[in-house]
Design a protein around this ligand. Structure first.
Ligand code: UD1
Length: 417
């Protein structure tokens, strides 16, 4: 197990450069197998979720070359074999191989995906989408066999604007016969990034970033070069850390529009912010106002930033409220935040936070990726030493987090126990 140790209550000053987006990368890698030619993807973050997907590519005999920040994927000798459970359960995004293999070979055999335990996270909408495209699904325990004689375009309405289902259906539909329309599609920037990648390979997708996506099937896809967008969740996490401990902390290489909902909440509580074309500069204030947030699909307040943001709310004057509407189990960090000294109560899907409270370092656990990010933010603020167990969760989504924070003045290390 990895243990992260932070000596908190230090001022952070300097520049943190944001890496490529995890949630785009983890879809782009499976999407790359849809061609038989080489795809070069740059600005790829070195995180363990990327490694896990490359392991699956290796299993499928896909050639993968990694150089600094880029990855070259060549599926010309690829074989379509069952993806074992030990691979699929390592991360949520393994499910994108279902759509990609179905789209390419009309057959995918794999197991239920893993990922953070933040709710039940069913994949029924993905499967309903595949069925609408002409696939049949056999499900034995955790194993799914998804097959089609032919994939044909369809009109698909998503009951929930699911990120995963939107991308997976796009992957399965790009080479289907005819036109597919996804209604109530998710609008996250990562979806636009994946659609751009597929279009660069010759796909015909329009409307990505709106709630109606149209995919006109094409026969073949060709090689391409593509760049991953900056990670808005990594950016948001460091911006929140800046509001807690920053002194002119610059969060660089970002698309500020992608974190608009966060920036407006920060302005509302009274944060000192400078927003440039590709950066945000932020300093800590000692007099924050309380606020309420409700997680929503993009462009609403992202559920992935809810947990780090609760840490900031412990420093606001008065009563703040956080309502989680996307995942039913996303308050697992709260007991640990209370151990650090926060005053929080949770009822149903709403956390009420009374502040400001001083936080003092103690032993906590990263129960999932973003809960781990919240513990890092809390540890950087707290007096004394905070130790975070299960820190491997954090490394799934934050490239070089120790190095980045150390470079701006944090005292943080990670060790194996
Ligand atoms: C993705 C992100 C995750 C983020 C989430 C919401 C990746 C790899 N992960 O997760 O970081 O927190 O979007 O922004 O990109 N649902 C169903 N049935 C389905 C699919 C989803 O009921 O078939 C439900 C989920 O349980 C959840 C909601 O829909 O309550 C949204 O989930 P979804 O957008 O699919 O999230 P993920 O793609 O899993």
């Amino acid at each position: 197990m990895k243990l992260m140790e932070i000596e908190g209550n230090r001022e952070l000053n300097g520049t943190i450069r944001i890496s490529g987006a995890k949630n785009a990368t983890v879809a782009l890698i499976p999407a790359a197998i849809l061609t038989d030619e080489e795809a070069t993807i740059c600005n790829v973050p070195e995180i363990t979720d990327t490694d896990a997907l490359c392991d699956i590519l290796n299993e499928l005999n896909v050639e993968v070359k990694r150089a600094s920040e880029s990855i070259i994927i060549n599926p010309k000798n690829m074989i379509n074999i069952e993806i074992e459970e030990k691979f699929s359960k390592k991360l949520r995004a393994s499910y994108y191989f279902m759509g990609a293999l179905l789209g390419k070979y009309k057959k995918a055999v794999m197991y239920f995906p893993g990922g953070c335990s933040i709710g039940a996270r069913p994949i029924d909408l993905h499967l309903k989408g595949f069925e609408a495209l002409g696939a049949t699904i056999k499900n034995e325990k955790n194993k799914y066999i998804v097959e089609a004689e032919e994939l044909h375009g369809a009109n698909i309405y998503l009951d929930i604007a699911s990120v995963g289902a939107t991308i997976n259906i796009m992957l399965a539909a790009v080479k289907a016969k005819g036109t597919t329309v996804i209604d109530n599609a998710a609008k996250e920037p990562e979806i636009v990034n994946v659609a751009t990648f597929l279009n660069n390979m010759g796909a015909r997708i329009s409307g990505a970033g709106t709630s109606t996506i149209k995919i006109e099937g094409v026969e073949t896809l060709h090689k391409c070069f593509h760049e991953v967008i900056p990670d808005r969740i990594e950016a948001g996490t460091y911006i929140i850390i800046g509001a807690l401990c920053g002194k002119n902390l610059k969060i660089d290489n970002i698309i500020p529009e992608h974190v608009d909902s966060l920036l407006s909440k920060l302005e509302e509580i009274g944060t000192e912010l400078e927003v440039g074309t590709d950066y945000v500069m932020i300093s800590k204030s000692n007099n924050y106002k309380s606020t309420t947030i409700k997680t929503l699909v993009y462009p609403g307040f992202p559920t992935d930033l809810q947990q780090p943001f609760t840490v900031l709310l412990t420093q606001c004057n008065g009563k703040s409220k956080v309502t989680e509407t996307i995942f039913e189990n996303r308050f697992m960090h709260i007991p640990y935040l209370k151990d650090l000294g926060a005053d929080v109560t949770v009822k149903n899907q709403t956390a009420t936070i009374i502040g400001p409270t001083k936080l003092a370092g103690t032993s906590v656990v990263a129960t999932d990726l973003r809960a781990g990010a919240a513990m890092v933010a809390a540890g950087l603020l707290a007096e004394g030493t905070t130790t975070i167990a299960n820190a491997e969760h954090i490394l799934r989504g934050y490239e070089q987090i120790v190095e980045k924070l150390t470079s701006v003045g944090a005292k943080i290390k990670i060790r194996e126990i």
